[in-house]
Design a protein around this ligand. Structure first.
Ligand code: ATP
Ligand code: MG
Length: 356
């Protein structure tokens, strides 16, 4: 609209450890893009939503936390996690309420082996590996259904139920097939219907049903064990990999490792209908071992910021950022220590912005 600048309201949740060190570089890159493409980003920072807050006050975020985020256009998250605080606290105290509260049922994790990065996998040649894991993000194996019985008795047991709903599986499959049709038209579904005899056959059935509506997509399915092996041996064979919550969690970490460093990989928690804000974050955690030293690799957060701009309707700006990531790795020796270099987070960010 003439004379009006698009404004995007961004919630920043730096979290713990290096989370707070990688968000400022991402913001710097975003601000360059806002100037170049003429949109406006207004940030609200939730600086103390973290495990440190949990240790002080017994909660990762305030009771009305979800309501505070509701009117935002997107959420950019650093990382949450702190030594001594169990992972399930940060997961159930912040990440899962946001994912479920805002129906972010797609977890999108792109993986690329960039020129200039050594993959630990010999056959993962730069440029050839360019895939996306689409992970179902709100149901499946990570359910609260189940319990512990007979504590202290010899027949003590734990039961954990997996919940797949037709609506919940279908919507993430639709997203994955749509994405595959816009990319190379190939989709692989992760299954385990030989061992998991109720839920996975239902998943497979729904994949076959949805596939009928996407005739242009060539699809297949692989058992999760074989698929894990193939992603290591022949990652270039894959384009879109769609998986349940647990399988997708495992595969996306595996694929990020194939790409050379966990410091590079981003994740988008998407509410495709845009009823609620989506959330963008690096895949890595708070990395307490290197926190406070200014050497964290900011690429995961910067790539996540690019995915955020794409979601907000600025695909050209998003491409500029991923092009700059590819350039800084292919054309310069500037690297953070996780990639074998000596640059600090700030030096590496400066180099990337120069190329941008
Ligand atoms: P959390 O408890 O928050 O998950 P973590 O100890 O599991 O934290 P991760 O962040 O998952 O740590 O990463 C594991 C290791 O990878 C870290 O110990 C760190 O050395 C390295 N690492 C992770 N992210 C980065 C990064 N952005 N830059 C450099 N090294 C990183
Ligand atoms: Mg971790």
């Amino acid at each position: 609209i003439d004379g009006m600048t698009t404004n995007h309201r961004i919630a920043l949740i730096p979290g713990d450890g290096i989370g707070a060190e990688v968000l400022p570089p991402a913001q710097q890159v975003l601000d360059v893009m806002a100037r170049r493409y003429g949109f406006n980003l207004s940030y609200t920072s939730y600086g103390d939503w973290s495990c440190e807050r949990y240790l002080r006050e017994g909660a990762m975020m305030p009771a009305d936390g979800i309501d505070q985020l509701r009117d935002k256009d997107a959420i950019l998250l650093g990382a949450v996690g702190y030594p001594g605080v169990p992972d399930h606290v940060s997961l159930w105290g912040l990440l899962i309420p946001i994912r479920r509260g805002f129906r972010q049922y797609v977890n999108l994790r792109p993986i690329r082996v960039f020129e200039g990065i050594d993959s630990p996998v010999r056959r993962a040649r730069p440029g050839e590996v360019d895939l996306v894991v689409v992970r179902e993000n709100v149901e499946g194996e990570y359910s609260e259904a189940g319990g512990r019985l007979n504590a202290g008795f010899p027949d003590e047991m734990a039961i954990q139920e997996t919940v797949f709903t037709r609506a919940g599986v279908t919507r993430v499959l639709d997203y994955a097939f749509m994405l595959a049709s816009r990319r190379t038209g190939r989709l692989t579904s992760a299954t385990k219907s030989n061992g998991i005899v109720h839920t996975m056959p239902f998943w497979d059935q729904l994949v076959a049903e949805r596939a009928a509506s996407f005739a242009q997509v060539a699809w297949d399915q692989e058992h999760i064990d074989a698929l894990a092996a193939k992603l290591v041996l022949e990652p270039a064979r894959f384009d879109v990999v769609v998986a349940s919550n647990l399988f997708g969690d495992i595969l996306s970490d595996l694929a990020a490792a194939v790409a050379g460093s966990i410091g590079i990989a981003p994740a988008a928690n998407l509410n495709p209908e845009r009823e609620f804000p989506s959330m963008f974050e690096p895949v890595h955690g708070s990395a307490p071992d290197i926190a406070g030293r200014g050497i964290a690799n900011p690429l995961g957060a910067i790539w996540a910021a690019a995915m955020m701009l794409d979601h907000l309707g600025h695909p050209a700006a998003a491409r500029d950022i991923t092009d700059a990531i590819a350039s800084v790795l292919a054309k310069t020796d500037t690297r953070t220590p996780d990639l074998g270099g000596t640059a600090t987070t700030a030096e590496f960010t400066e180099k990337l912005i120069e190329l941008l």
